[in-house]
Write a protein of this length. Structure first.
Length: 376
């Protein structure tokens, strides 16, 4: 998949294939710099130099500092990789560098998974069976926004980090009473804070992302396959002023959606009926992406170590692309600390209220940790 190419036919339809010719599959550079600050310009989230039709779609830069330290910056086009695939890639790279070989077992191909998904969407799933509730049309008007204005170069970022003790509670014992998962807690906090801040409107749907790999169970093993498997599905709850009620509502609604949202996402895009039924679902008003815990590069014996370098804003052609949501909430655990990041449009209305909402999300997470953290 890291050698994938894309071809557009005479009708404008895009197709994906793996070329036999491996040339131009990746770009590779070695740069000598004096310090880490000189690396930052190269870490901007842009994909300039990538070519979907001719390659490359992967870029690797080795930075050699004057003191001998070495840094690796990897950039891969999002068309061919998702978050789980990054973990697979880094694990294989770590293993190859430390032992000289990669021993991870092969799994089924991305192409085979795509064919199976298309077959199920066309012959097994229907719009009525994949989503048990109605999703309201996104309220772009509420934010004085037109979707054509929601571009990457207009985004702004706010974030906060919770300490290791609170993070441990939210990831562990807080989930025991209601049999929840951390994602349920994050959703409940975002919903609860939104309802408390924007009191003049109904709650919007929040679109969440899942890795999309487990829908076919033992039929198909893609556990070590690189590709873009990610699916997205809406979550909508009945608002309550009680935070723990909202948490239980989130858990209940998520349990009603089959296949962790994969059937919905496939039907949404791969069938005419799904396209008609769910056309109003995008672009999203709110989304939430839980990226999990990055621990594989945190071991003392790891050849690779994660370095959180402050990245510049997107530039180049990527800066003019439309964003998928007005407000994207990202949750990730790095170094045993939960980081919540809000990425949103700097030109949308209600900027001050957005800051209040974000602060209330933090308060809600702390409240959940205090209320449920003592459960054993």
């Amino acid at each position: 998949m890291l050698r994938a190419r894309f071809l557009r036919d005479s009708t404008g339809r895009w197709m994906q294939y793996i070329p036999l010719d491996r040339s131009n599959s990746h770009a590779y550079q070695v740069l000598h710099v004096s310090d880490v600050d000189e690396i930052k310009p190269f870490t901007a989230p842009n994909q300039d130099g990538f070519d979907l039709e001719h390659g490359p779609l992967l870029r690797a830069i080795i930075f050699v500092l004057s003191n001998g330290d070495r840094y690796l910056a990897l950039t891969v086009h999002h068309m061919i990789i998702d978050t789980v695939s990054w973990r697979i890639l880094l694990q294989d790279l770590q293993q190859g560098l430390s032992s000289g070989e990669i021993s991870s077992r092969p799994s089924d191909s991305f192409a085979r998974w795509c064919r199976r998904l298309k077959d199920h969407a066309e012959n097994k799933w229907t719009p009525e069976s994949v989503l048990p509730f109605t999703v309201p049309t996104p309220r772009y008007d509420y934010w004085a926004m037109d979707e054509s204005m929601n571009l990457f170069h207009t985004e702004t970022i706010q974030q906060f980090t919770l300490d290791t003790a609170t993070t441990s509670l939210l990831m562990g014992s807080c989930n025991k009473r209601f049999q929840t998962k951390p994602l349920d807690i994050f959703l409940a906090a975002v919903f609860h804070a939104f309802g408390a801040t924007f009191t003049d409107r109904a709650l919007p749907a929040i679109f969440i992302y899942s890795h999309g790999r487990d829908e076919f169970g033992a039929e198909l093993d893609v556990s070590n396959t690189i590709g873009w498997f990610t699916s997205s599905t809406p979550v909508l709850i009945r608002s309550s002023t009680n935070l723990l009620d909202n948490l239980q509502n989130v858990r209940s609604v998520r349990a009603q959606v089959p296949g962790n949202g994969v059937p919905y996402w496939a039907t949404r895009w791969l069938t005419e009926a799904g396209q008609a039924a769910f056309a109003h679902h995008s672009p999203f008003e709110l989304s939430l992406n839980y990226l999990g815990q990055y621990q594989q590069l945190e071991r003392d014996d790891s050849v690779l170590r994660y370095v959180d370098v402050e990245k510049p804003k997107a530039d180049g052609s990527g800066a003019l692309l439309r964003r998928t949501a007005l407000v994207e909430t990202q949750a990730i655990v790095i170094g045993e600390e939960l980081q919540i990041k809000f990425v949103y449009n700097a030109r949308m209305a209600r900027q001050q209220e957005l800051l209040v909402w974000q602060a209330r999300v933090k308060e809600a997470l702390l409240e959940i940790a205090g209320s449920l953290g003592a459960d054993s």
